[in-house]
Design a protein around this ligand. Structure first.
Ligand code: AMP
Length: 270
């Protein structure tokens, strides 16, 4: 495994690499990331994983500062997986100097996380565009856990750079909680609660399959979750998985949630 610390290392190592698979991450790796990496290792000739906590996608300095970091353990996981390259750039390598964000979401796209985390997806598209330009992969592997991110990256990066974005299913723990680096910020009681919320929504989705007044049932369930688990919910919505429009039927739709457990923001979709 080659560790690439800057753009020059990267250019030298990737010269003449064909069918390169790329897995962008912010580190603190878990089985969710590992599933993406394994898919790339299987599908592509070479695999590169980046670990970069992108400051531009945090709309809150405190959130950026407390984001879990564990580079030593990350490298040991990547080594065991026999990843070909790890890219650990600094901010200067990713963003060429003075370059300002040009990308803006349109009004229709300012939904779900975009509504509550101003500038977040502008930061995500920005970093994905910069990384794509310097890495020039054939395929990028991303998780459905961050469904809106996947949706927007597909829309804005896939066609422009003629690469394939491969969507990978969400990996959950035995309690059905989606794995996330942010889970490391929760204690065992809070993790337990987050698992209960996930199981509750999974069961709820099954029970409303053939119901008519879904919009109302979603509203009732949202209030029930708030009361039962004392969580602060930002959004709880049923949306079409192909265009992210609000939906009132289960077919081709997903339930999207963002909520807080003790100041830690969790997102999921079912
Ligand atoms: P992050 O390090 O959180 O920026 O995530 C890097 C990539 O891993 C993104 O494409 C995420 O969607 C994906 N990912 C994170 N958690 C999971 C999970 N539980 N299952 C599958 N993919 C995930």
């Amino acid at each position: 495994m080659k560790i690439l610390l800057n753009k020059d290392d990267l250019n030298e190592a990737l010269f003449r690499t064909s069918k390169l698979g790329f897995v962008p991450t912010m580190g603190s790796l878990h089985k969710g990331h590992i599933s993406l990496i394994k898919k790339s290792l299987k599908d592509c000739n070479k695999t590169i994983v980046s670990v970069f906590i992108n400051p531009r996608q945090f709309n809150n300095k405190r959130d950026f500062n407390k984001y879990p970091r564990n580079y030593k353990k990350d490298l040991s996981i990547l080594r065991k997986l026999k990843v070909d390259y790890v890219f650990l750039p600094n901010k200067k390598d990713v963003y060429s100097s003075k370059r300002k964000t040009q990308f803006k979401l349109n009004k229709k796209e300012r939904i779900l996380c975009a509504k509550y985390r101003k500038g977040h997806f502008e930061g995500v598209i920005d970093v994905m565009e910069c990384l794509t330009k310097i890495i020039r992969p054939k395929k990028i592997f991303m998780g459905e856990k961050d469904f809106q991110q996947l949706f927007l990256v597909k829309k804005y990066i896939e066609k422009k750079y003629k690469i394939k974005i491969i969507s990978c299913r969400t990996i959950r723990n035995s309690e059905k909680l989606a794995l996330s680096s942010r889970n490391k910020l929760l204690d065992s009681r809070e993790l337990n609660k987050a698992g209960k919320v996930a199981r509750n929504i999974i069961n709820f989705k099954k029970t409303i399959k053939n119901k008519k007044n879904i919009k109302k049932l979603i509203k009732i369930k949202k209030n029930e979750l708030i009361k039962s688990y004392r969580i602060n919910i930002e959004y709880f919505e049923l949306r079409n998985k192909f265009n992210l429009n609000l939906s009132n039927k289960i077919k081709n739709s997903k339930i999207f949630i963002a909520y807080y457990i003790n100041k830690i923001r969790l997102i999921d979709n079912f």
